[in-house]
Design a protein around this ligand. Structure first.
Ligand SMILES: [Zn+2]
Length: 470
């Protein structure tokens, strides 16, 4: 009898729980609210510099307080605060962190057709600074938090929401501060942040990318030294001549191609869904035949430079300083190389390679002192989050998922270096939009309203699958 009762009450309890927690969000209501919050945060001017991310934090604080979601504010500078909210799980699994950054890059108001902080809705788009970097992720994450709380979804792990300051070039007040001073507040097994997205071509979704790895900035400086003299008497040791030769050799050099799990999988999967001629290039570049691989490499360098950079540690000479008067032979010339290293690159060995390419004792080759970023391990492709992201990419976008390595650096580097597995996601955008000047950091940054809404559903699905009790 007791047993029977227990079973029955267990059933009742689980049915009640199910009714309470299994109800899907009312998406039409959610969409209206999503747009309200999205426009509200877009209208807060968090241009960095100076940042003023506290504007977003104030907004979030009153919103989360009203919803009864516990939160805390962390700031090294009161105007540049970070916001952390946490929904408790039953502790069966370690937490999941969902991140959006609240700052945006600066704008030139004269160039904006729709004012940068107006969040104007026009022709199915929302225009404004931050629409795709990163107030889209911020909004999707905050909506997921609100829905988890309102629907009282039972969780196997805590879900932590972080609105971080300073992503656009001042990580000391943002991720650096949080990881360095308040790591327990955000410590998690997995995190989701910006850095991925879904690619549409001709209005059709083609594939989703999830960022699982990124290159590491390792700036190198070249300093050529010679004898100063009168410009009327040319000298063999002219530092500008030596430097020009060194830079030309560097410019001709393409460091060796090397694949990791992420980039190898990326090119294989991209080949599988690309038109035959381009697909051949993606397959050829994976070839072990140096001739086949070399031809594909040449094509990518000319036509798809981002893909060329994904193949190797890349080197781009970006600053050239030398001379100050037309009649003075300068004793020194200096060049800064932007080096983006593959995560497994050995810095000391690479520096030796650069020296061999420069091949001039008059030119010193050294690391610049801006090499603070850690070299984090790759997020695993056989992990639970990557599998969930693939599944949800299929169900929400009907698209395959490609793991991707960013050529640029993101704040996930700091989190990954603490052992957190981080995955970069983002909404669908049109591939044609970037070249037309509508992308991130452009003067007409925009996002399709329908894709914002779809991204909220994607975010919700991923988080509930990863954190919800089964
Ligand atoms: Zn960003």
């Amino acid at each position: 009898m007791i047993l029977r009762f227990a079973v029955v009450s267990g059933l009742v309890a689980s049915a009640a729980l199910h009714a309470q927690s299994g109800a899907p969000p009312d998406w039409s209501k959610v969409e209206t609210e999503t747009m309200q919050h999205y426009q509200a945060v877009l209208r807060l001017d968090t241009s960095n510099p100076p940042g003023n991310e506290h504007l977003v934090v104030d907004y979030l604080k009153q919103l989360f307080d009203k919803e009864g979601i516990p939160s805390a504010i962390f700031a090294s500078d009161p105007n540049r605060s970070n916001f952390v909210a946490r929904l408790k799980g039953n502790g069966r699994k370690r937490p999941l962190l969902i991140v959006g950054h609240s700052d945006v890059v600066t704008t030139d108001p004269a160039k904006w057709k729709y004012p940068a902080f107006s969040a104007t809705r026009e022709g199915g788009y929302v225009y404004g600074r931050g629409t795709v970097d990163d107030k889209d992720n911020l909004t999707a994450s905050l909506m997921t938090m609100l829905l988890l709380k309102r629907l009282n979804v039972p969780l196997d792990r805590d879900v932590i929401f972080l609105s971080e300051a300073g992503e656009e070039g001042s990580t000391g007040v943002g991720i650096g501060f949080m990881v360095g001073q308040h790591y327990p507040a955000i410590e998690a097994e997995y995190c989701l942040a910006e850095g991925g997205g879904v690619t549409r071509i001709n209005g059709e979704v083609k594939y989703a990318t999830v960022q699982t790895l990124e290159k590491i900035p390792r700036g190198i400086e070249l300093v050529a030294r010679g004898i100063a003299g009168h410009g009327s008497v040319p000298l063999k040791s002219n530092s500008i001549v030596h430097m020009a030769g060194a830079v030309a050799r560097i410019g001709e050099w393409r460091p060796e191609i090397r694949f990791n799990e992420t980039t190898g999988t990326y090119f294989r999967r991209l080949a599988a869904i690309s038109p035959p001629d381009v697909a051949k290039v993606y397959r050829d570049v994976l070839s072990t035949d140096p001739k086949v691989r070399g031809a594909a490499d040449d094509w990518l360098f000319e036509n798809e430079p981002r893909h060329s950079s994904m193949l190797r540690t890349s080197v781009s000479p970006n600053i050239f300083n030398g001379g100050y008067r037309s009649n003075v032979i300068p004793s020194e010339a200096k060049v800064t190389l932007d080096v983006r290293a593959l995560p497994d690159e050995d810095p000391a060995k690479f520096l030796e390679q650069v020296k061999r390419v420069v091949n001039d004792p008059a030119v010193e080759v050294r690391f610049s002192n801006q090499n603070a970023r850690p070299a984090p391990p790759e997020a695993r492709l056989d992990s639970e989050p990557f599998k969930v992201l693939e599944e949800v990419g299929k169900s929400v976008y009907n698209a395959p998922t490609l793991p991707a390595m960013s050529t640029g650096a993101t704040d996930m580097a700091q989190l990954r270096s603490k052992g957190m597995q981080c995955f970069g996601i983002g909404p669908a955008t049109d591939m044609e939009d970037g070249p037309k000047g509508f992308g991130a950091h452009s003067d007409q940054e925009r996002l399709l309203e329908s894709e914002l809404q779809r991204f909220v559903r994607f975010n919700w699905e991923v988080v509930t699958r990863l954190a919800g009790s089964r």
